[in-house]
Ligand binder design. Structure first.
Ligand code: PLP
Length: 387
């Protein structure tokens, strides 16, 4: 079955022959008739999704986990409370005290809070590498490097990574790899086919799709599943069944929504590309945009989140006025919902490498499901305030 068909079918076992969709199963306590049954569930809880205690999930959680594993093409998945929790659990599973972690400089910002805070205090050292490094990543590897982390395209600035080249280097050195696939999802980027060990999906974004839930998924190969389950259990991370249920519903329409986001995004990106006030559009799908060649080689589609860089002559105050003038784009964190968003972003404030120090103001747009012509009109109107 192709992925689009698969996403209409997976995770429905619990519904049986009755309703189309499984019910929400909320539980802390699961009851057992015998000590032996209880102890079997207790023993098996790291090997597969097992009804044992609510913190390890209920049938609703397991339904979402099997569906998101199918989306990414992994063997199994574990749902946790947020995308960031999925990332921290993954790093914690592979890297320990006295060991080293490689993270792209374009990583989702809050990951740095974890790397420089709780993970550093636990004795884990992080190096932020140039996301555009391909096989030259080899120069960053140390004898104690345990995990090579990737996110492609990167947050805010959308650098497309040469995932096959980086994964090949990691494999030569016996280092595990994890990739944040939130932007493309498994529908447009097959990370497991390129040898990645663990894939992270912030289901908060496109999987949920309606800006009303926070949820993360760790999708893994069988080889790393038990290690991931034990780590998540030890951290006490869990996911709310209601959020899993919403995310499972979101998965049913993911392919059609992504196509609609992309259709509007390319129209808006092309319009911005033609504006004299815009120096650069950071949308890998756009011909001539940074990363376009790698995107074309490795991705089967693009989604609706990208940034653009104003000409340096435009002061930041004008960029702020531009964003505030927009009517169809709200100012707000997160993305992946049906409504458009605009955000002034300042990568240089958080980056370790000098790459984005000297550019014009950068605005990130999440292109929702509004009519593209209305979005372009809104942008046109905001541009008129600049002159
Ligand atoms: C939002 C986001 C996350 C974190 O997801 P939360 O559920 O908000 O914690 C991780 N990676 C990327 C690329 C994101 O955009």
């Amino acid at each position: 079955m192709r992925k689009e068909t698969l996403l209409t079918r997976v995770g429905r076992e619990m519904a049986g022959s009755g309703p189309v969709n499984p019910a929400v199963q909320r539980a802390s306590t699961i009851r057992f008739d015998t000590v032996a049954e209880f102890e079997r569930a207790q023993r098996d809880r790291y090997e597969r999704g097992t009804l044992y205690y609510g913190t390890y999930g209920t049938e609703t959680t397991f339904a979402f986990e099997s569906a998101v594993a199918a989306l990414e093409g992994g063997d199994a998945a574990i749902a946790v409370s947020s995308g960031l929790a999925a990332i921290v659990a993954t790093i914690s599973a592979f890297v320990g005290s006295g060991e080293h972690l490689l993270v792209p400089d374009s990583v989702y910002g809050p990951v740095r809070i974890a790397c420089e805070g709780v993970l550093r205090r636990a004795g884990i050292e992080t190096t932020y590498y140039d996301p555009l490094a391909g096989s030259e990543i080899v120069a960053q590897i140390r004898p104690n490097t345990k995990l090579l982390y990737l996110e492609s395209p990167g947050s805010l600035t959308f650098e497309v990574q040469d995932v096959p080249a980086i994964v090949a280097v990691a494999k030569q050195h016996g280092i595990s790899t994890a990739l944040d696939n939130t932007w493309a999802t498994g529908y447009y980027f097959d990370a497991f086919a390129r040898g990645v060990d663990v894939v992270i999906q912030a289901a908060t974004k496109y999987v949920g799709g309606h800006s009303d839930l926070v949820l993360g998924a760790i999708v893994t190969t069988q080889a790393h599943y038990e290690r991931m389950r034990r780590t998540v259990a030890g951290l006490g991370y869990s996911a709310a069944p209601d959020d899993c249920w919403l995310a499972l519903r979101g998965l049913r329409t993911l392919p059609v929504r992504l196509r609609a986001h992309a259709e509007r995004a390319i129209a808006v990106a092309s319009y911005l590309d033609g504006r004299p006030e815009v120096e650069l559009v950071l949308y890998p799908r756009l011909a001539g945009a940074p990363g376009h060649a790698l995107w074309k080689r490795d991705f089967t589609g693009a989604t609706g989140l990208f940034s653009f860089v104003f000409e340096r002559t435009i002061p930041e105050s004008a960029a702020i006025a531009f964003v505030e003038r927009l009517r169809l784009f709200a100012i707000g964190a997160s993305w992946g919902g049906y409504e458009s968003l605009a955000l002034l972003v300042r990568p240089k404030a958080i980056r370790s490498l000098p790459t984005w120090q000297d550019t014009g103001s950068i605005v990130r747009l999440q292109i929702g499901l509004e009519d593209a012509a209305d979005l372009v009109d809104d942008l046109k109107n905001a541009f008129s305030t600049l002159s």
